[in-house]
Design a binder for this molecule. Structure first.
Ligand SMILES: [Zn+2]
Length: 153
């Protein structure tokens, strides 16, 4: 398996924004992300989890309830609800572990689709809101288990 585990420093390095000219040159990375996510039945996967440091993640079609998995390039969460929710979370890089953490109940995200067109996911809620936050965190070098240290505050 290709997934980089959470004890490796590579996952802590913020990823680089992808230039429009390079979008068509990362097909191999996208194929690998899709394969790994679907083999491991993940809800999403970030490029750095398979060893690429481009800012791109993939969301499972099961999360978005569409026929195809969805890539998002250079994502940015531009709004988070003040209201938070306790969410049960896991990560392909932290196998066989699940924890409850607080996340914003709803978020708005902007970025590009895999063809470089602007997209905006407005006020996502539920599992989609959770996955958008989880994968955006990955691209910033952050893991969900980082939130556990402050759990009892
Ligand atoms: Zn993860």
């Amino acid at each position: 398996m290709l997934i980089i585990p959470n004890n490796e420093y590579f996952l802590r390095i913020p990823t680089f924004p992808l230039h429009k000219n390079h979008i068509l040159k990362i097909q191999d990375i996208k194929d690998l992300m899709r394969r790994e996510m679907n083999q491991l039945k993940g809800a999403g996967i970030a490029a750095n989890q398979i060893g690429s440091n481009w800012s791109i993640f993939l969301i499972s079609r099961k999360v978005i309830k569409k026929p195809l998995d969805m890539f998002i390039i250079n994502p940015q969460i531009i709004w988070k609800s003040n209201k938070q929710k306790l969410m049960n979370e896991g990560c392909l890089s932290v196998p066989e572990r699940r924890e409850k953490i607080m996340r914003a109940e709803s978020v708005t995200l902007t970025g590009w689709n895999e063809f470089g067109r602007d997209i905006k996911i407005e006020k996502a809620t539920g599992l989609l809101a959770q996955v958008l936050q989880h994968e955006t965190d990955h691209l910033l070098g952050k893991l969900y288990i980082d939130y556990l240290e402050n759990k009892n505050e």
